[in-house]
Design a protein around this ligand. Structure first.
Ligand code: HEM
Length: 477
């Protein structure tokens, strides 16, 4: 890549705290809201932010300030706000200097943590990797992995759907991204394990994340990162030396050229691979878990979905196109409305601006939030209800611009959207066709919010094998 990567950012928690406070004082007046530090509010936000954000919206409208941990954060909620931040005024917001920057110690300078020209050129170079035809090729891998995993499930008893899906999503990512088998001893297996170890850091409590001593989560994350880096960089070197290529995304990244015909260098490929693994793994896992949680509590929806799947004939990779199973698609859309895994879009404003008549300073943390926006009753009536019919084509067409943003928007819309959707479709279709999954009556869903929203305690499900359908999944036993 001919452009130099952006300068490094400090990871010293004391420096960051002082720098944030200094910049906040310089920024000037913040929009109305709760601007005094409060341990109770910070805890409430860290545990379950949705009710707090909706309450703030009621009191202050679509733009307000909330002091979380040590700093003021401006929240912008609702269709207009989402559109403003992601599309119409996207250039006035930086990702690297917002809370996405906290991912730099693990991800480096990949798409999630860069801005401006470096981002534009990186994204352009990577887009071919996610073209429809490429995803169609990955669909075979996705479908095959999901089929084998579903075939292996027992027809009765209890298992943890969240952990099962997480392992499957990592297998799919390892194969589709690296062309490696994560179950076979060797690179694939070690990389999957090291990745999970490194990722564990981001689900720890804030106060544990800023500790730096021996044995701290920070040190453990760095140890896992070093192991992962060795594996990824060795694999890159091996592919460059042997010229070996496959249908996996790493092969495509190695051959990608930017506008000036330059290949991505090794460090850049490493950072993008890590970013894709990170961004694509927990998002799909959470979507599948929330989907089955809702099916378990909404028998009418489950029955209609089962009917569609039974009528579909033999399931195959061609069903991973969004139009093949329309009710499944609406069910997934509604799951992503109620539980958008990447629930917050953290930014920092460049210049001050006025939104909905309220002045917001420059150099301030500004977040849009799909989760809260998807729960505004004047946009989605009875928002707590799970109703796939909201996404019937006519109803969907009536949604205001910016109302539904589970994949973000504008020039930085989720680059892995098609890949993630294909994965969720495959896993959901094969599972729902074969098995009935019921969440135990005494299970209470508690949602954790970092790094994406997901079930805090996993998702136990009781399994019953559905009656053999007349048209079993192709290639299934
Ligand atoms: C159900 C699955 C997924 C959901 C709901 C989702 C959601 C999102 C959202 C909301 C954003 C924008 C965040 C913002 O505006 O701050 C985003 C960005 C991104 N996603 Fe996804 N994602 C999913 C799957 C994936 C997968 C499978 C991959 C990779 C294989 C991926 C890679 C990325 C990357 C690299 C970005 C940053 C794009 C850029 O800034 O240019 N995502 N995703």
């Amino acid at each position: 890549m001919s452009l130099a990567p952006p300068p490094p950012v400090s990871t010293n928690p004391v420096f960051r705290l002082v720098d944030d406070l200094r910049r906040e004082v310089r920024a000037g007046d913040f929009p109305p809201g709760h601007k005094r530090f409060s341990v109770a509010r910070t805890k409430r936000f860290a545990q379950y932010p949705l009710p707090l954000l909706l309450d703030m919206y009621e009191r202050y409208g679509p733009v307000f300030t909330l002091r979380v941990f040590h700093g003021n954060v401006v929240f912008m909620l609702g269709p207009e706000a989402n559109h403003y931040v992601t599309v119409s005024h996207a250039d006035n917001f930086r990702w690297r200097e917002g809370h996405m920057g906290e991912l730099i110690p693990l991800l480096g300078d990949g798409l999630l943590t860069i801005d401006g020209d470096f981002h534009r050129r990186s994204r352009k170079a990577m887009l071919p990797v996610f073209h429809r035809e490429r995803i169609a090729k990955s669909a075979e891998t996705i479908f095959e992995e999901a089929r084998v995993a579903v075939d292996d499930l027992p027809g009765s008893g209890r298992f943890d759907l969240y952990h099962w899906t997480r392992r499957l999503a990592l297998r799919i990512a390892m194969r589709a991204l690296f062309g490696l088998d994560p179950d076979r001893a060797g690179r694939g297996f070690d990389a999957a394990r090291a990745f999970e170890d490194a990722l564990a850091f981001y689900s720890r409590d804030y106060f544990l994340q800023i500790a730096r001593g021996p044995g701290s989560p920070w040190r453990r994350m760095h140890k896992a990162r070093a192991a992962l880096d060795r594996l990824i960089l060795e694999e890159i070197a091996r592919r460059r030396t042997t010229g070996e290529r496959g249908d996996d995304l790493l092969s495509l990244l190695l051959d990608t050229r930017d506008d000036d015909g330059h290949a991505l260098d090794d460090a850049h490929v490493r950072d993008e691979v890590m970013t894709l693994l990170f961004a694509g793994h927990d998002t799909t896992t959470s979507t599948v878990s929330f989907l089955f949680h809702e099916l378990s509590h909404n028998p009418d929806v489950r029955e209609r979905l089962e009917e569609e799947l039974d009528a579909a004939g033999a399931l195959g990779a061609e069903h991973l196109d969004g139009s093949a199973l329309p009710y499944l698609e609406m069910t997934i859309d509604e799951t992503l409305r109620k539980y958008p895994p990447a629930w917050i879009g953290p930014r920092r404003s460049v210049h001050s601006f006025t939104f909905a008549g309220v002045q917001v300073p420059g150099d301030a943390f500004v977040n849009y939030c799909s989760w809260a926006s998807h729960h505004l009753p004047h946009v989605f009536a009875d928002p707590a209800a799970f109703r796939p019919e909201r996404f019937e084509p006519e109803a969907r067409a009536k949604l205001p611009k910016g109302a539904y943003v589970p994949f973000g928007g504008g020039s930085r819309t989720c680059i892995g959207m098609r890949f993630g959707q294909a994965e969720v479709r495959a896993i959901a279709a094969l599972l729902a066709r074969r098995l009935r999954l019921a969440v135990p009556a005494d299970y209470r869903l508690r949602i954790r919010q970092m790094p994406t929203i997901g079930p805090r305690d996993g998702l136990p499900v009781d399994v019953t094998r559905r009656e053999r359908t007349t048209a079993p999944a192709r290639a299934a036993a």
